[in-house]
Design a protein around this ligand. Structure first.
Ligand code: ADP
Ligand code: ADP
Length: 225
């Protein structure tokens, strides 16, 4: 019945999921649900969830499935996400994918597509080691590939740019290993369900964006026919 867009962004850390999400949420007017942003905000606010999550995040490990699944299912049922969503960072394991499928089924919703952004490990290392983020606006930069107009300051409001605690070389290697072991199997999982769409994430951000946007627009048209 519905032409709501329920989308998942999948890919290794540093693939450009956040970068693309910023553009896609604008294009399609979708609420953006990023597990990383939710967990980092909780950690800054030192909530119970945040304090627990931070100990895993700083080691490059995944937060336990039950913890993150509860947070995300609640977010998906909020008024904000009722007409569609762009989910970034969830699911990251097969049990999370199963829990999401059950949760959506319970509210008679289904996924529109899973957007996999593919980037090789060496490129991930270059991207994450140069990533800088505004704590205030959440806008993401790269010291070489997408530098801000003024060094160390966000273009939007001049707020300070920081390096994430987990964007350090040892943690990056650990996160990549966790991605390959726990998250990569989701590509097959969604392929088998006919939902997977693959994109070459090594292209320039505007090019990746054009490809993804065109694919989503086509999916939506097909859905409306
Ligand atoms: P993710 O959300 O998948 O972890 P980000 O969107 O935060 O990835 O991007 C990781 C880093 O790579 C950032 O510093 C960003 O500026 C940079 N980046 C994103 N997309 C590209 C691209 N297509 N080419 C080069 N650098 C990129
Ligand atoms: P990136 O932008 O590099 O892809 P995220 O910001 O999505 O990384 O996630 C940062 C950290 O938050 C992860 O390394 C992990 O510790 C935790 N995290 C985020 N999403 C999940 C999830 N679905 N399951 C378990 N842990 C998660």
């Amino acid at each position: 019945m519905s032409s709501e867009l329920n989308l998942i962004l999948l890919g290794p850390p540093g693939a450009g999921k956040g970068t693309q999400a910023e553009r896609l949420t604008d294009d399609f007017n979708l609420p953006y649900i990023s597990t990383g942003e939710i967990l980092r905000a909780a950690a800054r606010d030192q909530t119970e969830l945040g304090t627990l999550a931070k100990s895993y995040m700083d080691r490059g490990e995944l937060v336990p499935d039950a913890v993150i699944t509860a947070v995300i299912l609640e977010a998906l049922n909020s008024a904000d996400a009722r007409d569609g969503f762009l989910l970034d960072g969830f699911p990251r394991t097969l049990p999370q994918a199963d829990a999401l499928a059950l949760g959506l089924e319970a509210s008679e919703r289904r996924l529109t597509a899973v957007i996999l952004i593919e980037v090789p490990d060496e490129e991930v290392e270059r991207r994450l080691s140069g990533r800088r983020v505004s704590v205030k606006t959440g806008r993401v930069y790269h010291v070489d590939f997408d530098p801000p107009k003024h060094e160390g300051r966000c273009d939007v409001d001049g707020s300070r740019l920081i390096q994430r605690d987990d964007d350090r070389p040892e943690t990056i290697a650990k996160r990549l290993a966790v991605y390959h072991a726990e998250t990569e199997p989701l590509a097959d999982y969604y392929e088998e369900r006919g939902l997977l769409r693959r994109f070459d994430g090594t292209r320039a951000p505007t090019e990746v964006h054009d490809h993804i946007r065109a694919t989503i627009a086509t999916l939506r048209l097909e859905d409306e026919l």
